[in-house]
Design a protein around this ligand. Structure first.
Ligand code: ADP
Length: 358
């Protein structure tokens, strides 16, 4: 049994204005999250990610389908019973949502007071949590005295106060700069590894997914359009929405504008070689070129490391005897995926200069 089981869940909101259409915010989503996993839910604004999170937390009822959290069907519980379930689920948000009138200590104390944890026990737990997130020194400061990263660490300590099995992170790093984001991601990894908390991260930042998630689910218009291990989704994205997300981080095949630029400087044959399978080494591919006296130059692309495995797309310019180049490309195509870079089109070059690439 998975810790979170979302089965055929939909959420439809009534039209926001008279005569409008109902909004299918979440549309027949099935998603299982195993205990101990970190799952990333990716999608553009309006894809239904936040709604999905609110359904898991039972802050809103689903229109149809079932959601089980640790075996309990949250779609059928009373408000009173839901409070118990919610205690097992921590949440953090983009805007931190701290209590500004309370100190750091007071923020972390709040959920413990609500849960009725005895005073004596509370203090030790707060100290331990503040130590865990590295903010013991800041216990008596107020949120406005803290940086964004520190505020999010307070929010994480508060979310963990009642020892939840699950942490829901809704765009938790989207208001932070890249360096602070990396710190918060590192902390979330520790929350998972050291405290065994299962994490569902909602984000539109592929860097966060890449460095945090074991698995990725891509949503578009309320539906899950792609799901897989983080490595597979990055190395071979199949849905156009996923491809657009992955391209924010990985240069794969040069687009029309890049081709136009490359063609200005390189008149040899251009191919893109995609490495996805570590059983085929780069040197094996390059050896096929060397063996046939084909000269090559790397002109575009790069290699990424995801979950300790490498993949990437390298665009090469090849020069040599036509027959030798042809033979080398054919042989390399038996080892890895080879794509010919198309000729630059005059139309593209013109459009490129005006910023309009088809
Ligand atoms: P995301 O988190 O991916 O940006 P949301 O879950 O916030 O997406 O929204 C999904 C869709 O549902 C959007 O079209 C949004 O306008 C709509 N929506 C979200 N909440 C409500 C609501 N309370 N009432 C009506 N429509 C809503």
């Amino acid at each position: 049994m998975a810790l979170i089981e979302i089965e055929g869940v939909s959420k439809t909101y009534p039209p926001t204005r008279r005569g409008g259409e109902p909004v299918h915010a979440v549309d027949d989503v099935t998603l299982h999250v195993e205990a101990g996993e970190i799952v990333g839910v990716v999608g553009y604004s309006g894809a239904g990610k936040s709604t999905l999170v609110r359904l898991v937390n039972a802050l809103e009822p689903a229109t149809s389908g079932t959601i089980r959290v640790d075996g309990t069907d949250v779609t059928t519980l009373s408000e009173r019973q839901l409070q118990g379930v919610r205690r097992g689920i921590g949440m953090i948000f983009q805007q931190f949502n701290l209590f500004h009138s309370r100190t750091v200590y007071g923020n972390v104390a709040y959920p413990l007071a609500v849960a009725g944890v005895p005073q004596a026990e509370r203090h030790a737990r707060i100290e331990r949590l503040l130590d865990f997130v590295g903010l013991s020194e800041k216990a008596h400061q107020h949120p406005e005295q803290l940086s964004g990263g520190q505020k999010q660490r307070v929010a994480i300590a508060r979310a963990l106060a009642t020892d939840p099995a699950i942490l829901l992170a809704d765009e938790a790093t989207s208001a932070l700069d890249p360096e602070t984001t990396a710190d918060v991601v590192a902390l979330l990894r520790r929350v998972n590894a050291e405290l065994g908390v299962t994490i569902l991260v909602i984000t539109h930042e592929m860097e966060v997914v890449k460095s945090l998630a074991d698995r990725v689910v891509v949503m578009e218009r309320g539906r899950v359009v792609e799901a897989g291990s983080t490595f597979d989704v990055f190395a071979q994205p199949s849905h156009p929405a996923t491809q657009r997300f992955v391209r924010t981080l990985v240069d794969d095949v040069p687009d029309a504008r890049a081709v136009a630029h490359l063609r200005e400087r390189h008149d040899g044959r251009l191919i893109t070689v995609s490495f996805r399978d570590e059983s085929v080494s780069q040197s094996r591919v390059f050896a096929e070129l060397v063996r046939r006296d084909v000269e090559f130059e790397l002109v575009f692309g790069g290699i990424e490391d995801v979950q300790g495995r490498a993949f990437g797309h390298l665009t090469l310019e090849l020069r040599g005897e036509d027959a030798a180049v042809e033979d080398a490309v054919r042989r390399i195509g038996e080892l890895v995926t080879v794509t010919d870079v198309p000729e630059a089109e005059a139309r593209v070059a013109v459009a490129g200069s005006t910023g309009e690439v088809a």
